[in-house]
Design a protein around this ligand. Structure first.
Ligand code: SF4
Ligand code: SF4
Length: 716
């Protein structure tokens, strides 16, 4: 009896539909799918026109692994909940709610349109139906909660969701992009109305048929209670109207996915899967077959297919906008706006009013692909000062939940500007100096090893004798007077610990990391080839460098050019020496310190622990700044910015950072582990007026201070 009762539990599909209405529904549904498919086909044709890189952007054999990684990130929502748990959980609710409701529609359609008419077999009844309904009720509710949380969040106007642009003045056309807000609200409201009308429709149906099992279908059941006493004919009319409203909204939504903000549902997975796992850390070489063409990106046709797709994948979440140190210190750059600017090329719709503006807002800036060969630079496009404001710190790449490669895209824009001579004169002069002398200080190359003359032992020349550790010193550690003190300290520590090490003396060249990030690819290749040739002639086990910028390029970029070695930062080696007892900490220090993660050591290499562990072992008390580890704030030197003068009156990122440090209680030392940080922060401590409150130390100097007192270790 119970089985019989269960078997009758179902819900009629196309209840009271005359045949032509059914036909109309199917025609509209097929039309919706056609519009959807056209919307998918259209950008694919656009991506195919991008000739700045291969498709797929990785070898075919890597595709399964890449797709598996993309799926893991998508289903875990790990990238979305980073630094914003509320948005992460709300998006997760919408994502899973949508997937389950969509799957529910497919399951019902499969029964109604295939298994029942073709095989005479229907599964949409009985216990299957009851479980189906419960699952859809739960996930429908989850979807509504997620959408409501997102809507409430938007009403609070978080800074990262403001579309006001740092590269435009208030009042300028395209300044506030407020029209985008219409598109965002249309998206969440559509989802909400589809989900709510689903529940109301279910409630009307329950009220009409008053089935005994309606109580477990809580969403519809609540609505059904509210409709108690309404006449059968009114309910029937209501149901019919609601059915069409709900159904039409759903198929219009499906059809609109590729054209609106919802497009990220299609593109984000591809972007997450196919992005370079070392995006920003390893910039793309110019393929030999394109060597004769203009370098970098000057038009959309120059873009790689993946980068074109990534322009469409941006959800405008604003996380990169919030994390960008250039934006935070008032420079005319927001990585989000660069992506949107490029996406809108060549027809920026913002600022339009009326129906044009509304359609543009709903279309979320997706360009139609015309004008593909127009320049992306200029007042209606990306401004050169925007491109040159970037520090290539990778904070944007690190935080983007959909895997967009903002910094590499900006780097490609720089390559074109460098080629066209659109660069700061100081920067140009520095590049010429590096080209002539092999270092950014313009020093004679024979002076590169002069810092070692003040030591009372000889530092071996790694080109003349085999060594265990080859020390790639780097420009700043070799030539800058303050950093030379640190360099000599490190040399004494290595000597004291009995490390078999040597340097390249005048054989070393600037590693090219920052030259490449400036966009001077040709000079980078020359420098890299010279270093690789020198290193290849040496006999060593591993490379140690005191410069995180050199560490990045030696580790991540030289292998592609034929130079593949084990490369480590000096803090990793120092930790190894302390933990193995080769350097003995005798005087535990009592300093209260804060530590700044250099972009190229932290975000670029994921090395956060070695410097912190050293500080702990030497007895320092570490007080973290609010922005630490992967959220560390750039000193402002990266991407060649150290060679470009700041605008007068502009806050420098290094001063912004020092203000963060002095706001910590009782911190006396600002500890760094990068020679460029030594220069930037020594200066910023003074210019920000904090010389009385804070002193700078390099990690190496604290290790020396904590060692057994030894005349050999007396400071130079
Ligand atoms: S790399 Fe850094 S400075 Fe450049 S856009 Fe990204 S976050 Fe901003
Ligand atoms: S580029 Fe990425 S992080 Fe930036 S707004 Fe777009 S989706 Fe968000």
């Amino acid at each position: 009896m119970a089985l019989l009762l269960a078997a009758t539990k179902t819900r009629p599909v196309f209840w009271h539909f005359v045949p032509w209405l059914k036909v109309l529904w199917y025609v509209l549904a097929v039309l919706s799918v056609i519009v959807f498919l056209y919307g998918v086909w259209r950008p694919i044709q656009r991506y195919r026109r991008g000739n700045g890189g291969p498709w797929p952007p990785c070898p075919w054999r890597e595709l399964p692994g890449r797709l598996a990684t993309g799926a893991r990130l998508l289903f875990s929502h790990r990238t979305i909940e980073r630094r914003d748990h509320t948005a992460g959980w709300a998006h997760r609710a919408i994502f899973y709610g949508f997937i389950v409701l969509f799957a529910g529609t497919v399951i019902l359609g499969f029964d109604t349109d295939f298994t029942d008419p073709v095989f005479g077999w229907s599964y949409f009844h009985g216990n299957f139906y009851l479980i189906y309904k419960e699952v859809l009720n739960v996930f429908g509710t989850v979807l509504i909660v997620g959408v409501l949380v997102m809507m409430i969040r938007r009403t609070r106007h978080p800074a990262k969701l403001s579309y006001a642009r740092p590269d435009r003045a208030p009042g300028d056309q395209q300044y506030d992009r407020r029209v985008y807000e219409i598109g965002d609200w249309a998206f969440v409201l559509t989802l909400l109305v589809i989900a709510l009308t689903g529940f109301v429709l279910e409630g009307v149906r329950i009220a009409m048929s008053t089935p005994g099992y309606g109580g477990t279908q809580f969403g519809g059941w609540i609505v059904a209670q509210a409709l108690t006493g309404v006449s059968e004919s009114t309910l029937a009319g209501l149901r019919h109207g609601l059915w069409w409203f709900h159904g039409l909204l759903a198929i219009v939504f499906v059809a609109s996915i590729p054209y609106t903000k919802a497009a990220h549902m299609l593109t984000s997975f591809v972007s997450l899967s196919l992005r370079d796992p070392l995006a920003g850390k390893r910039l793309r070489s110019i393929p030999p077959e394109r060597a004769a063409e203009p370098a970098g990106y000057g038009t959309l046709a120059d873009f790689s297919p993946l980068h074109l797709l990534q322009l469409d994948a941006c959800t405008k979440c604003g996380r990169c906008h919030e994390a960008c140190p250039a934006n935070a210190t008032g420079r005319p750059l927001s990585p989000r706006d660069v992506i949107l600017e490029l996406r809108e090329q060549p027809h920026p719709h913002d600022g339009q009013s009326g129906i044009g503006g509304l359609l543009g807002a709903l279309a979320d800036g997706n360009a139609d692909g015309t004008g593909f060969d127009a320049s992306v630079f200029g007042d209606d496009g990306v401004r050169t000062e925007t491109v040159w404001s970037c520090m290539q710190c990778n904070a944007c790449v690190e935080i983007c939940p959909v895997g967009i490669e903002q910094a590499p895209i900006i780097n490609q824009l720089r390559r074109r500007l460098v080629e066209e001579g659109e660069l700061d004169s100081n920067l140009q002069a520095t590049l010429e100096v590096i080209h002539k002398s092999g270092n950014s200080f313009g020093e004679n190359k024979r002076r590169r090893g002069r810092w070692a003359k003040e030591l009372d032992f000889e530092v071996p020349d790694a080109r003349k004798q085999p060594v265990d550790v080859l020390w790639f010193v780097g420009d700043y550690a070799s030539f800058d007077p303050r950093s030379q003190q640190v360099t000599r300290t490190l040399a004494r520590l290595l000597h004291e610990a009995g490390v078999d090490f040597g340097i390249l003396y005048d054989g070393e060249r600037n590693s090219g990391n920052d030259v490449r990030r400036v966009g001077e690819e040709g000079l980078f290749e020359t420098l890299a080839e010279q270093n690789i040739a020198t290193l290849s002639d040496c006999d060593f086990q591993r490379i140690v460098t005191s410069d995180p910028h050199s560490l990045n390029t030696l580790r991540n970029e030289y292998p592609e050019l034929g130079g593949s070695w084990t490369v480590m930062h000096h803090t990793t080696l120092l930790l190894e020496l302390i933990e193995s007892g080769r350097l003995e900490v005798a005087n535990r220090l009592s300093h209260r310190v804060t530590y700044h993660d250099p972009c190229h050591l932290g975000r670029f290499q994921g090395e956060y622990d070695a410097p912190r562990r050293i500080l702990e072992l030497v007895g320092c008390t570490l007080v973290e700044m609010p922005r630490n580890r992967d959220n560390s704030f750039c000193c402002g030197a990266g991407g060649g910015r150290i060679w470009i003068p700041d605008e007068a009156g502009q806050e420098r990122p290094s001063e912004n950072r020092i203000r963060e440090a002095v706001s910590l209680p009782d911190v006396e030392l600002f500890v760094v582990s990068c020679p460029k940080d030594v220069t930037m922060y020594e200066d910023a401590i003074k210019t920000s007026g904090n010389a009385e409150k804070l002193e700078l130390r390099e990690v190496t100097e604290l290790v020396e201070e904590a060692l057994v007192a030894s005349p050999e270790l007396a400071r130079a």
